[in-house]
Design a protein around this ligand. Sequence first.
Ligand SMILES: *[C@@H]1O[C@H](CO)[C@@H](O)[C@H](O)[C@H]1NC(C)=O
Ligand SMILES: *[C@@H]1O[C@H](CO)[C@@H](O)[C@H](O)[C@H]1NC(C)=O
Ligand SMILES: *[C@@H]1O[C@H](CO)[C@@H](O)[C@H](O)[C@H]1NC(C)=O
Ligand SMILES: *[C@@H]1O[C@H](CO)[C@@H](O)[C@H](O)[C@H]1NC(C)=O
Ligand SMILES: *[C@@H]1O[C@H](CO)[C@@H](O)[C@H](O)[C@H]1NC(C)=O
Length: 488
Amino acid sequence: MSKKAAFLQLNLSLAPFLLVLISLLLSRVTVHSADEKKILSLHNNIWSPRKSNEASSSCFSHNLAKGRESTTLEMQHREVCSGKTIDWGKKLRRALVLDNLRVQSLQLRIKAMSSSTTESILETQIPLASGIKLQTLNYIVTVELGGKNMSLIVDTGSDLTWVQCQPCKSCYNQQGPLYDPSVSSSYKTVFCNSSTCQDLVATNGNSGLCGGNNGVEKTSCDYVVSYGDGSYTRGDLGSENIQMGDTKVENFVFGCGRNNKGLFGGTSGLMGLGRSSLSLVSQTMKIFNGVFSYCLPSLEDGASGSLSFGDDSSAYKNITSVSYTPLVQNPQLRSFYILNLTGASIGGVELESSSFGRGILIDSGTVITRLPPSIYKAVKTEFLKQFSGFPSAPAYSILDTCFNLTSYEDISIPTIKMIFQGNAELEVDVTGVFYFVKPDASLVCLALASLSYENEVGIIGNYQQKNQRIVYDTKQEKLGIAGENCRI
Ligand SMILES: *[C@@H]1O[C@H](CO)[C@@H](O)[C@H](O)[C@H]1NC(C)=O
Ligand SMILES: *[C@@H]1O[C@H](CO)[C@@H](O)[C@H](O)[C@H]1NC(C)=O
Ligand SMILES: *[C@@H]1O[C@H](CO)[C@@H](O)[C@H](O)[C@H]1NC(C)=O
Ligand SMILES: *[C@@H]1O[C@H](CO)[C@@H](O)[C@H](O)[C@H]1NC(C)=O
Ligand SMILES: *[C@@H]1O[C@H](CO)[C@@H](O)[C@H](O)[C@H]1NC(C)=O
Protein backbone atom coordinates (compact mmCIF):
# COMPACT_ATOMS: atom_id res chain seq x y z
CA MET A 1 0.00 0.00 0.00
CA SER A 2 2.70 2.46 0.98
CA LYS A 3 4.81 1.57 -2.04
CA LYS A 4 1.94 2.22 -4.39
CA ALA A 5 1.29 5.61 -2.82
CA ALA A 6 4.90 6.67 -3.16
CA PHE A 7 5.00 5.53 -6.73
CA LEU A 8 1.96 7.59 -7.63
CA GLN A 9 3.35 10.69 -5.92
CA LEU A 10 6.62 10.57 -7.78
CA ASN A 11 5.06 10.07 -11.16
CA LEU A 12 2.05 12.31 -11.18
CA SER A 13 3.05 13.95 -14.41
CA LEU A 14 3.42 10.57 -16.06
CA ALA A 15 0.03 9.35 -14.84
CA PRO A 16 -1.84 9.33 -18.16
CA PHE A 17 0.97 7.46 -19.87
CA LEU A 18 1.24 4.99 -16.98
CA LEU A 19 -2.47 4.31 -16.98
CA VAL A 20 -2.30 3.38 -20.63
CA LEU A 21 0.73 1.22 -19.95
CA ILE A 22 -0.89 -0.51 -16.99
CA SER A 23 -4.09 -1.22 -18.87
CA LEU A 24 -2.06 -2.58 -21.77
CA LEU A 25 -0.16 -4.85 -19.40
CA LEU A 26 -3.37 -5.99 -17.74
CA SER A 27 -5.03 -6.80 -21.02
CA ARG A 28 -1.97 -8.81 -22.07
CA VAL A 29 -2.10 -10.71 -18.81
CA THR A 30 -5.78 -11.61 -19.20
CA VAL A 31 -5.31 -12.66 -22.81
CA HIS A 32 -2.42 -14.87 -21.76
CA SER A 33 -4.22 -16.65 -18.97
CA ALA A 34 -6.82 -17.89 -21.43
CA ASP A 35 -4.38 -18.31 -24.26
CA GLU A 36 -2.20 -21.34 -23.58
CA LYS A 37 -0.08 -22.11 -26.62
CA LYS A 38 2.66 -24.41 -27.81
CA ILE A 39 5.25 -24.08 -30.53
CA LEU A 40 5.15 -26.50 -33.47
CA SER A 41 8.04 -26.79 -35.94
CA LEU A 42 6.46 -27.37 -39.32
CA HIS A 43 9.45 -28.65 -41.28
CA ASN A 44 11.33 -30.59 -38.65
CA ASN A 45 9.88 -34.10 -39.06
CA ILE A 46 10.92 -37.26 -40.85
CA TRP A 47 8.39 -36.85 -43.65
CA SER A 48 9.42 -33.32 -44.45
CA PRO A 49 11.16 -33.16 -47.84
CA ARG A 50 13.62 -30.83 -46.13
CA LYS A 51 14.67 -33.51 -43.70
CA SER A 52 15.29 -36.82 -45.42
CA ASN A 53 15.61 -39.18 -42.50
CA GLU A 54 14.89 -42.76 -43.55
CA ALA A 55 13.29 -45.21 -41.20
CA SER A 56 15.24 -48.32 -40.26
CA SER A 57 14.09 -51.61 -41.70
CA SER A 58 13.85 -53.92 -38.71
CA CYS A 59 10.55 -54.98 -37.19
CA PHE A 60 12.31 -56.30 -34.13
CA SER A 61 12.85 -54.07 -31.16
CA HIS A 62 14.72 -54.37 -27.90
CA ASN A 63 13.68 -55.11 -24.39
CA LEU A 64 13.98 -52.30 -21.94
CA ALA A 65 14.57 -52.17 -18.25
CA LYS A 66 12.82 -54.52 -15.89
CA GLY A 67 11.47 -53.06 -12.68
CA ARG A 68 10.70 -55.00 -9.54
CA GLU A 69 7.29 -56.20 -10.66
CA SER A 70 7.14 -54.93 -14.16
CA THR A 71 8.62 -55.44 -17.57
CA THR A 72 9.00 -52.92 -20.34
CA LEU A 73 9.14 -53.48 -24.10
CA GLU A 74 10.27 -51.03 -26.72
CA MET A 75 7.37 -49.94 -28.88
CA GLN A 76 7.85 -48.76 -32.43
CA HIS A 77 5.69 -47.25 -35.08
CA ARG A 78 5.25 -50.04 -37.55
CA GLU A 79 6.24 -47.88 -40.53
CA VAL A 80 9.80 -48.43 -39.37
CA CYS A 81 9.61 -52.08 -40.35
CA SER A 82 8.34 -51.66 -43.88
CA GLY A 83 11.94 -51.76 -45.12
CA LYS A 84 11.11 -49.60 -48.13
CA THR A 85 11.55 -45.99 -49.09
CA ILE A 86 8.36 -44.39 -47.94
CA ASP A 87 6.20 -41.95 -49.87
CA TRP A 88 5.00 -40.16 -46.77
CA GLY A 89 2.42 -38.00 -48.52
CA LYS A 90 0.66 -41.07 -49.90
CA LYS A 91 1.00 -42.92 -46.60
CA LEU A 92 -0.42 -40.10 -44.54
CA ARG A 93 -3.37 -39.58 -46.87
CA ARG A 94 -4.21 -43.27 -47.14
CA ALA A 95 -4.07 -43.64 -43.37
CA LEU A 96 -7.06 -41.28 -43.16
CA VAL A 97 -9.17 -43.37 -45.53
CA LEU A 98 -8.35 -46.53 -43.59
CA ASP A 99 -8.97 -44.82 -40.28
CA ASN A 100 -12.44 -43.97 -41.45
CA LEU A 101 -13.09 -47.62 -42.32
CA ARG A 102 -11.93 -48.71 -38.87
CA VAL A 103 -14.20 -46.21 -37.15
CA GLN A 104 -17.21 -47.13 -39.27
CA SER A 105 -16.68 -50.79 -38.43
CA LEU A 106 -16.16 -50.02 -34.74
CA GLN A 107 -19.48 -48.16 -34.71
CA LEU A 108 -21.19 -51.13 -36.35
CA ARG A 109 -19.57 -53.50 -33.85
CA ILE A 110 -20.74 -51.32 -30.97
CA LYS A 111 -24.26 -51.21 -32.36
CA ALA A 112 -24.29 -54.99 -32.76
CA MET A 113 -22.90 -55.54 -29.25
CA SER A 114 -25.42 -53.12 -27.76
CA SER A 115 -28.25 -55.06 -29.33
CA SER A 116 -26.47 -58.14 -27.91
CA THR A 117 -27.01 -60.49 -30.79
CA THR A 118 -23.68 -62.23 -31.17
CA GLU A 119 -24.40 -63.55 -34.65
CA SER A 120 -24.66 -60.12 -36.13
CA ILE A 121 -21.15 -59.15 -35.06
CA LEU A 122 -19.66 -61.20 -37.85
CA GLU A 123 -22.05 -59.68 -40.34
CA THR A 124 -21.03 -56.15 -39.53
CA GLN A 125 -17.60 -56.37 -41.07
CA ILE A 126 -16.86 -53.94 -43.80
CA PRO A 127 -15.76 -55.95 -46.82
CA LEU A 128 -12.15 -55.73 -47.85
CA ALA A 129 -12.15 -53.05 -50.52
CA SER A 130 -10.18 -54.27 -53.48
CA GLY A 131 -6.72 -52.84 -53.83
CA ILE A 132 -6.78 -51.15 -50.48
CA LYS A 133 -4.03 -52.28 -48.20
CA LEU A 134 -5.32 -52.21 -44.70
CA GLN A 135 -2.91 -50.82 -42.21
CA THR A 136 -4.88 -49.38 -39.41
CA LEU A 137 -2.95 -50.64 -36.43
CA ASN A 138 0.24 -48.80 -35.93
CA TYR A 139 2.44 -49.85 -33.07
CA ILE A 140 4.57 -52.97 -32.64
CA VAL A 141 6.56 -54.71 -29.89
CA THR A 142 8.80 -57.80 -29.85
CA VAL A 143 8.27 -60.81 -27.58
CA GLU A 144 9.69 -64.34 -27.59
CA LEU A 145 7.20 -67.11 -28.26
CA GLY A 146 8.55 -70.62 -27.79
CA GLY A 147 12.04 -69.10 -27.84
CA LYS A 148 11.60 -67.23 -31.14
CA ASN A 149 11.44 -63.48 -31.58
CA MET A 150 8.05 -62.33 -32.82
CA SER A 151 7.03 -58.76 -33.63
CA LEU A 152 3.42 -58.10 -32.69
CA ILE A 153 1.02 -55.27 -33.44
CA VAL A 154 -0.41 -53.87 -30.21
CA ASP A 155 -4.22 -53.61 -30.09
CA THR A 156 -6.23 -52.53 -27.07
CA GLY A 157 -9.44 -53.06 -29.06
CA SER A 158 -9.25 -56.87 -29.32
CA ASP A 159 -8.44 -59.78 -27.03
CA LEU A 160 -6.77 -62.76 -28.67
CA THR A 161 -3.00 -62.71 -29.21
CA TRP A 162 -2.02 -64.64 -32.35
CA VAL A 163 0.91 -65.30 -34.67
CA GLN A 164 1.14 -66.75 -38.15
CA CYS A 165 1.69 -70.48 -37.85
CA GLN A 166 3.19 -73.41 -39.79
CA PRO A 167 1.74 -75.15 -41.68
CA CYS A 168 0.02 -72.10 -43.10
CA LYS A 169 -2.87 -72.13 -45.54
CA SER A 170 -2.65 -68.44 -46.35
CA CYS A 171 -0.11 -66.16 -44.70
CA TYR A 172 1.01 -62.63 -45.58
CA ASN A 173 4.71 -61.83 -45.84
CA GLN A 174 6.40 -61.40 -42.52
CA GLN A 175 9.96 -60.63 -41.44
CA GLY A 176 11.58 -63.68 -39.90
CA PRO A 177 10.31 -67.28 -39.92
CA LEU A 178 6.75 -68.34 -39.07
CA TYR A 179 6.12 -69.92 -35.70
CA ASP A 180 6.21 -73.72 -35.99
CA PRO A 181 4.43 -75.61 -33.19
CA SER A 182 5.85 -78.96 -34.34
CA VAL A 183 9.40 -78.00 -33.34
CA SER A 184 8.49 -76.55 -29.94
CA SER A 185 8.43 -78.88 -26.94
CA SER A 186 6.51 -76.31 -24.91
CA TYR A 187 3.62 -76.01 -27.38
CA LYS A 188 0.33 -77.60 -26.36
CA THR A 189 -2.91 -77.87 -28.27
CA VAL A 190 -5.96 -76.35 -26.63
CA PHE A 191 -8.73 -78.93 -27.05
CA CYS A 192 -12.19 -77.94 -28.09
CA ASN A 193 -13.76 -79.59 -25.05
CA SER A 194 -11.74 -77.36 -22.66
CA SER A 195 -13.08 -74.40 -20.70
CA THR A 196 -10.50 -72.17 -22.42
CA CYS A 197 -12.14 -72.99 -25.71
CA GLN A 198 -15.57 -72.18 -24.29
CA ASP A 199 -14.19 -68.81 -23.11
CA LEU A 200 -13.32 -68.11 -26.70
CA VAL A 201 -16.94 -68.50 -27.65
CA ALA A 202 -17.84 -65.99 -24.96
CA THR A 203 -15.17 -63.56 -26.16
CA ASN A 204 -15.71 -63.60 -29.87
CA GLY A 205 -19.17 -64.99 -30.22
CA ASN A 206 -17.83 -67.32 -32.90
CA SER A 207 -16.10 -70.64 -33.49
CA GLY A 208 -14.66 -72.72 -30.68
CA LEU A 209 -17.32 -75.29 -31.48
CA CYS A 210 -16.59 -78.99 -31.33
CA GLY A 211 -17.81 -81.31 -34.01
CA GLY A 212 -15.72 -82.65 -36.83
CA ASN A 213 -16.36 -82.84 -40.52
CA ASN A 214 -16.84 -86.04 -42.51
CA GLY A 215 -16.98 -88.29 -39.49
CA VAL A 216 -13.52 -87.28 -38.29
CA GLU A 217 -13.65 -86.20 -34.67
CA LYS A 218 -12.57 -82.62 -34.16
CA THR A 219 -10.26 -81.92 -31.25
CA SER A 220 -8.70 -78.53 -31.97
CA CYS A 221 -10.31 -75.30 -30.83
CA ASP A 222 -10.80 -73.23 -33.95
CA TYR A 223 -11.05 -69.47 -33.84
CA VAL A 224 -11.81 -66.61 -36.19
CA VAL A 225 -11.14 -63.00 -35.32
CA SER A 226 -12.24 -60.29 -37.73
CA TYR A 227 -11.01 -56.77 -37.21
CA GLY A 228 -13.89 -55.07 -38.88
CA ASP A 229 -11.75 -53.40 -41.53
CA GLY A 230 -11.78 -56.56 -43.65
CA SER A 231 -8.72 -58.12 -42.09
CA TYR A 232 -8.99 -61.38 -40.16
CA THR A 233 -7.11 -64.34 -38.73
CA ARG A 234 -8.32 -67.95 -38.58
CA GLY A 235 -6.65 -70.88 -36.93
CA ASP A 236 -6.60 -72.93 -33.76
CA LEU A 237 -5.71 -72.21 -30.17
CA GLY A 238 -2.55 -73.45 -28.51
CA SER A 239 -0.52 -72.63 -25.43
CA GLU A 240 3.16 -71.81 -25.29
CA ASN A 241 5.77 -70.03 -23.20
CA ILE A 242 5.92 -66.36 -23.93
CA GLN A 243 8.81 -64.20 -22.82
CA MET A 244 8.01 -60.51 -22.44
CA GLY A 245 11.21 -58.69 -21.63
CA ASP A 246 12.69 -60.58 -18.72
CA THR A 247 9.38 -62.05 -17.63
CA LYS A 248 8.43 -65.53 -18.73
CA VAL A 249 4.78 -66.55 -18.83
CA GLU A 250 4.09 -70.27 -19.12
CA ASN A 251 1.16 -71.85 -20.93
CA PHE A 252 0.05 -68.62 -22.51
CA VAL A 253 -2.99 -69.23 -24.71
CA PHE A 254 -2.67 -67.77 -28.19
CA GLY A 255 -3.99 -68.27 -31.68
CA CYS A 256 -2.00 -70.25 -34.23
CA GLY A 257 -3.08 -68.37 -37.35
CA ARG A 258 -3.29 -70.59 -40.42
CA ASN A 259 -5.23 -68.22 -42.63
CA ASN A 260 -4.49 -64.55 -42.13
CA LYS A 261 -5.53 -61.68 -44.28
CA GLY A 262 -5.06 -57.95 -44.19
CA LEU A 263 -1.71 -56.28 -44.16
CA PHE A 264 -0.32 -56.70 -40.75
CA GLY A 265 2.74 -55.46 -42.61
CA GLY A 266 5.77 -57.65 -42.03
CA THR A 267 4.87 -58.41 -38.43
CA SER A 268 4.41 -61.89 -36.95
CA GLY A 269 0.93 -61.24 -35.56
CA LEU A 270 -0.99 -59.28 -32.98
CA MET A 271 -1.04 -58.75 -29.21
CA GLY A 272 -4.58 -58.43 -27.82
CA LEU A 273 -4.81 -56.09 -24.83
CA GLY A 274 -8.61 -55.95 -24.52
CA ARG A 275 -10.50 -56.76 -21.34
CA SER A 276 -11.88 -60.28 -21.76
CA SER A 277 -10.48 -63.42 -20.12
CA LEU A 278 -8.44 -64.47 -23.17
CA SER A 279 -6.53 -61.22 -23.47
CA LEU A 280 -2.88 -61.01 -22.50
CA VAL A 281 -3.80 -58.66 -19.66
CA SER A 282 -6.20 -61.21 -18.11
CA GLN A 283 -3.88 -64.17 -18.64
CA THR A 284 -1.01 -62.41 -16.86
CA MET A 285 -3.20 -61.05 -14.02
CA LYS A 286 -1.23 -62.93 -11.33
CA ILE A 287 2.09 -61.57 -12.55
CA PHE A 288 1.25 -58.00 -13.54
CA ASN A 289 -1.86 -57.34 -11.48
CA GLY A 290 -3.92 -56.41 -14.53
CA VAL A 291 -1.93 -53.25 -15.19
CA PHE A 292 -0.24 -52.16 -18.39
CA SER A 293 0.76 -48.80 -19.77
CA TYR A 294 2.25 -47.32 -22.88
CA CYS A 295 3.82 -44.21 -24.25
CA LEU A 296 3.12 -43.89 -27.97
CA PRO A 297 5.99 -42.19 -29.78
CA SER A 298 5.39 -39.56 -32.41
CA LEU A 299 6.26 -40.80 -35.86
CA GLU A 300 7.46 -37.31 -36.75
CA ASP A 301 10.76 -37.65 -34.98
CA GLY A 302 11.19 -41.38 -35.64
CA ALA A 303 11.38 -42.12 -31.92
CA SER A 304 10.46 -45.29 -30.06
CA GLY A 305 8.07 -45.54 -27.15
CA SER A 306 7.42 -48.22 -24.58
CA LEU A 307 4.85 -50.75 -23.45
CA SER A 308 5.08 -51.70 -19.77
CA PHE A 309 3.34 -54.46 -17.85
CA GLY A 310 2.86 -54.24 -14.09
CA ASP A 311 2.06 -51.38 -11.77
CA ASP A 312 5.57 -50.23 -10.99
CA SER A 313 5.47 -46.50 -11.72
CA SER A 314 9.28 -46.33 -11.74
CA ALA A 315 8.95 -47.61 -15.31
CA TYR A 316 7.27 -44.32 -16.26
CA LYS A 317 9.19 -41.25 -17.28
CA ASN A 318 6.17 -39.05 -16.73
CA ILE A 319 6.78 -35.32 -16.71
CA THR A 320 3.48 -34.55 -14.99
CA SER A 321 1.92 -36.67 -12.27
CA VAL A 322 -0.46 -39.41 -13.29
CA SER A 323 -4.12 -38.39 -12.92
CA TYR A 324 -6.73 -41.16 -12.84
CA THR A 325 -10.25 -41.48 -14.16
CA PRO A 326 -12.60 -44.44 -13.62
CA LEU A 327 -13.16 -46.89 -16.47
CA VAL A 328 -16.85 -46.74 -17.36
CA GLN A 329 -18.57 -50.10 -16.92
CA ASN A 330 -20.57 -51.20 -19.90
CA PRO A 331 -21.27 -54.94 -19.87
CA GLN A 332 -22.26 -54.88 -23.52
CA LEU A 333 -18.98 -53.35 -24.66
CA ARG A 334 -16.81 -55.46 -22.41
CA SER A 335 -13.70 -55.72 -24.51
CA PHE A 336 -13.36 -51.94 -24.88
CA TYR A 337 -11.89 -49.35 -22.55
CA ILE A 338 -14.39 -46.55 -22.02
CA LEU A 339 -13.82 -43.20 -20.27
CA ASN A 340 -16.20 -40.44 -19.25
CA LEU A 341 -15.36 -37.26 -21.16
CA THR A 342 -16.63 -34.44 -18.96
CA GLY A 343 -15.06 -31.43 -20.64
CA ALA A 344 -12.48 -29.96 -23.01
CA SER A 345 -10.57 -26.73 -23.39
CA ILE A 346 -8.84 -24.93 -26.24
CA GLY A 347 -6.01 -22.57 -25.35
CA GLY A 348 -7.29 -22.54 -21.77
CA VAL A 349 -10.89 -21.68 -22.74
CA GLU A 350 -13.33 -24.27 -21.42
CA LEU A 351 -15.96 -25.46 -23.85
CA GLU A 352 -19.65 -26.08 -23.24
CA SER A 353 -21.63 -28.97 -24.66
CA SER A 354 -24.55 -31.06 -23.52
CA SER A 355 -22.72 -34.10 -24.91
CA PHE A 356 -20.05 -34.00 -22.20
CA GLY A 357 -20.54 -36.63 -19.50
CA ARG A 358 -20.89 -39.51 -21.92
CA GLY A 359 -18.68 -42.52 -22.52
CA ILE A 360 -15.82 -42.30 -25.04
CA LEU A 361 -13.61 -45.22 -26.14
CA ILE A 362 -9.86 -45.04 -25.83
CA ASP A 363 -8.28 -47.07 -28.63
CA SER A 364 -4.67 -47.68 -29.66
CA GLY A 365 -5.75 -48.57 -33.20
CA THR A 366 -7.84 -45.58 -34.27
CA VAL A 367 -5.68 -42.69 -35.47
CA ILE A 368 -7.82 -39.53 -35.37
CA THR A 369 -10.01 -38.74 -32.35
CA ARG A 370 -13.74 -38.70 -33.18
CA LEU A 371 -16.02 -36.42 -31.20
CA PRO A 372 -19.82 -36.12 -31.11
CA PRO A 373 -20.85 -33.38 -33.60
CA SER A 374 -21.81 -30.85 -30.91
CA ILE A 375 -18.46 -31.18 -29.12
CA TYR A 376 -16.52 -31.12 -32.37
CA LYS A 377 -18.31 -27.94 -33.41
CA ALA A 378 -17.43 -26.21 -30.15
CA VAL A 379 -13.78 -27.31 -30.49
CA LYS A 380 -13.54 -26.14 -34.09
CA THR A 381 -15.16 -22.76 -33.43
CA GLU A 382 -12.87 -21.95 -30.51
CA PHE A 383 -9.79 -23.28 -32.30
CA LEU A 384 -10.47 -21.11 -35.37
CA LYS A 385 -11.03 -18.10 -33.13
CA GLN A 386 -7.61 -18.54 -31.53
CA PHE A 387 -5.69 -19.82 -34.53
CA SER A 388 -6.59 -16.96 -36.82
CA GLY A 389 -4.68 -15.14 -39.54
CA PHE A 390 -3.29 -18.28 -41.21
CA PRO A 391 -4.22 -19.08 -44.82
CA SER A 392 -6.97 -21.68 -44.87
CA ALA A 393 -7.01 -24.70 -47.19
CA PRO A 394 -9.71 -27.07 -48.43
CA ALA A 395 -10.98 -29.93 -46.25
CA TYR A 396 -9.45 -33.36 -46.78
CA SER A 397 -11.29 -36.64 -46.14
CA ILE A 398 -12.58 -36.62 -42.56
CA LEU A 399 -10.61 -33.46 -41.64
CA ASP A 400 -12.43 -30.19 -42.26
CA THR A 401 -10.29 -27.53 -40.56
CA CYS A 402 -7.24 -27.11 -42.78
CA PHE A 403 -4.48 -24.60 -43.50
CA ASN A 404 -1.63 -23.96 -45.93
CA LEU A 405 1.36 -23.40 -43.66
CA THR A 406 4.21 -23.98 -46.16
CA SER A 407 5.69 -20.56 -45.69
CA TYR A 408 5.87 -20.77 -41.89
CA GLU A 409 8.64 -22.37 -39.86
CA ASP A 410 7.57 -22.34 -36.22
CA ILE A 411 3.99 -21.54 -35.32
CA SER A 412 2.26 -21.08 -32.03
CA ILE A 413 -0.86 -23.23 -31.64
CA PRO A 414 -3.53 -23.30 -28.90
CA THR A 415 -3.27 -26.21 -26.48
CA ILE A 416 -6.06 -28.80 -26.56
CA LYS A 417 -7.12 -30.51 -23.34
CA MET A 418 -9.61 -33.27 -22.76
CA ILE A 419 -11.00 -33.59 -19.26
CA PHE A 420 -12.33 -36.82 -17.77
CA GLN A 421 -14.41 -37.73 -14.74
CA GLY A 422 -12.37 -37.08 -11.59
CA ASN A 423 -10.57 -34.21 -13.34
CA ALA A 424 -8.02 -36.37 -15.11
CA GLU A 425 -6.59 -34.34 -17.95
CA LEU A 426 -5.10 -35.24 -21.31
CA GLU A 427 -3.16 -32.32 -22.72
CA VAL A 428 -2.63 -33.18 -26.39
CA ASP A 429 1.05 -33.12 -27.33
CA VAL A 430 2.13 -30.45 -29.81
CA THR A 431 2.63 -33.21 -32.43
CA GLY A 432 -0.98 -34.37 -31.94
CA VAL A 433 -2.79 -31.16 -32.89
CA PHE A 434 -2.22 -31.04 -36.66
CA TYR A 435 -2.28 -33.80 -39.24
CA PHE A 436 0.04 -33.31 -42.22
CA VAL A 437 -2.01 -34.31 -45.25
CA LYS A 438 0.84 -32.92 -47.38
CA PRO A 439 4.31 -33.36 -45.89
CA ASP A 440 5.45 -29.92 -47.13
CA ALA A 441 2.80 -28.38 -44.82
CA SER A 442 0.77 -26.96 -47.73
CA LEU A 443 -2.20 -28.95 -46.38
CA VAL A 444 -2.21 -29.28 -42.62
CA CYS A 445 -5.46 -30.00 -40.77
CA LEU A 446 -6.73 -29.99 -37.21
CA ALA A 447 -6.32 -33.68 -36.31
CA LEU A 448 -9.81 -34.16 -34.88
CA ALA A 449 -12.99 -35.20 -36.62
CA SER A 450 -16.71 -35.25 -36.06
CA LEU A 451 -18.80 -38.40 -35.76
CA SER A 452 -21.73 -38.51 -38.16
CA TYR A 453 -24.35 -38.69 -35.42
CA GLU A 454 -24.63 -37.34 -31.91
CA ASN A 455 -25.49 -40.77 -30.50
CA GLU A 456 -22.43 -42.58 -31.89
CA VAL A 457 -19.66 -43.37 -29.44
CA GLY A 458 -16.64 -41.05 -29.49
CA ILE A 459 -13.11 -42.46 -29.77
CA ILE A 460 -9.81 -41.12 -28.49
CA GLY A 461 -7.36 -41.99 -31.24
CA ASN A 462 -3.63 -42.67 -31.02
CA TYR A 463 -2.68 -39.39 -32.72
CA GLN A 464 -3.84 -37.55 -29.61
CA GLN A 465 -2.26 -40.09 -27.24
CA LYS A 466 1.30 -39.46 -28.40
CA ASN A 467 3.84 -38.58 -25.72
CA GLN A 468 1.49 -39.51 -22.89
CA ARG A 469 1.81 -42.29 -20.33
CA ILE A 470 -1.54 -44.05 -20.51
CA VAL A 471 -1.97 -46.50 -17.62
CA TYR A 472 -4.67 -49.17 -17.91
CA ASP A 473 -5.53 -50.62 -14.51
CA THR A 474 -8.07 -53.36 -15.19
CA LYS A 475 -8.14 -54.53 -11.58
CA GLN A 476 -8.95 -51.19 -10.03
CA GLU A 477 -11.01 -50.22 -13.09
CA LYS A 478 -9.24 -46.95 -13.70
CA LEU A 479 -7.10 -45.28 -16.34
CA GLY A 480 -4.20 -42.94 -15.66
CA ILE A 481 -2.85 -40.17 -17.87
CA ALA A 482 0.37 -38.19 -17.59
CA GLY A 483 2.49 -36.19 -19.98
CA GLU A 484 5.68 -38.04 -20.93
CA ASN A 485 8.37 -37.67 -23.53
CA CYS A 486 8.44 -41.17 -25.02
CA ARG A 487 11.77 -40.76 -26.77
CA ILE A 488 14.17 -43.27 -25.29
C1 LIG B 1 15.64 -61.63 -29.96
O1 LIG B 1 16.08 -60.32 -30.28
C2 LIG B 1 16.94 -59.77 -29.31
C3 LIG B 1 17.21 -58.33 -29.68
O2 LIG B 1 17.46 -58.15 -31.01
C4 LIG B 1 18.21 -60.61 -29.25
O3 LIG B 1 19.10 -60.08 -28.29
C5 LIG B 1 17.82 -62.02 -28.87
O4 LIG B 1 18.97 -62.85 -28.85
C6 LIG B 1 16.80 -62.58 -29.83
N1 LIG B 1 16.35 -63.85 -29.32
C7 LIG B 1 16.23 -64.92 -30.09
C8 LIG B 1 15.78 -66.15 -29.41
O5 LIG B 1 16.52 -64.91 -31.27
C1 LIG C 1 -11.04 -83.57 -24.40
O1 LIG C 1 -10.64 -84.13 -25.64
C2 LIG C 1 -9.33 -84.71 -25.62
C3 LIG C 1 -8.97 -85.14 -27.03
O2 LIG C 1 -10.01 -85.78 -27.65
C4 LIG C 1 -9.32 -85.88 -24.62
O3 LIG C 1 -8.03 -86.47 -24.58
C5 LIG C 1 -9.70 -85.36 -23.27
O4 LIG C 1 -9.81 -86.42 -22.36
C6 LIG C 1 -11.03 -84.59 -23.30
N1 LIG C 1 -11.23 -83.93 -22.03
C7 LIG C 1 -12.40 -83.85 -21.45
C8 LIG C 1 -12.45 -83.10 -20.17
O5 LIG C 1 -13.39 -84.36 -21.95
C1 LIG D 1 4.92 -39.36 -12.07
O1 LIG D 1 3.77 -40.04 -11.62
C2 LIG D 1 3.87 -40.53 -10.31
C3 LIG D 1 2.60 -41.32 -10.01
O2 LIG D 1 1.48 -40.50 -10.12
C4 LIG D 1 4.05 -39.36 -9.32
O3 LIG D 1 4.23 -39.87 -8.03
C5 LIG D 1 5.28 -38.55 -9.74
O4 LIG D 1 5.36 -37.40 -8.95
C6 LIG D 1 5.16 -38.13 -11.21
N1 LIG D 1 6.35 -37.42 -11.62
C7 LIG D 1 6.32 -36.13 -11.96
C8 LIG D 1 7.63 -35.54 -12.36
O5 LIG D 1 5.31 -35.46 -11.91
C1 LIG E 1 -19.81 -38.90 -16.22
O1 LIG E 1 -19.56 -38.08 -15.08
C2 LIG E 1 -20.63 -37.20 -14.78
C3 LIG E 1 -20.16 -36.28 -13.68
O2 LIG E 1 -19.51 -36.97 -12.65
C4 LIG E 1 -21.85 -38.03 -14.41
O3 LIG E 1 -22.94 -37.17 -14.15
C5 LIG E 1 -22.21 -38.94 -15.59
O4 LIG E 1 -23.28 -39.78 -15.26
C6 LIG E 1 -21.01 -39.79 -15.97
N1 LIG E 1 -21.29 -40.52 -17.19
C7 LIG E 1 -21.01 -41.82 -17.33
C8 LIG E 1 -21.28 -42.42 -18.67
O5 LIG E 1 -20.51 -42.49 -16.44
C1 LIG F 1 0.57 -22.58 -50.17
O1 LIG F 1 1.12 -21.33 -49.92
C2 LIG F 1 2.28 -21.06 -50.69
C3 LIG F 1 2.90 -19.76 -50.26
O2 LIG F 1 2.30 -19.20 -49.17
C4 LIG F 1 1.90 -21.02 -52.16
O3 LIG F 1 3.04 -20.75 -52.95
C5 LIG F 1 1.32 -22.36 -52.54
O4 LIG F 1 0.86 -22.34 -53.89
C6 LIG F 1 0.17 -22.74 -51.63
N1 LIG F 1 -0.16 -24.12 -51.89
C7 LIG F 1 -1.39 -24.53 -52.11
C8 LIG F 1 -1.58 -25.99 -52.40
O5 LIG F 1 -2.34 -23.76 -52.08
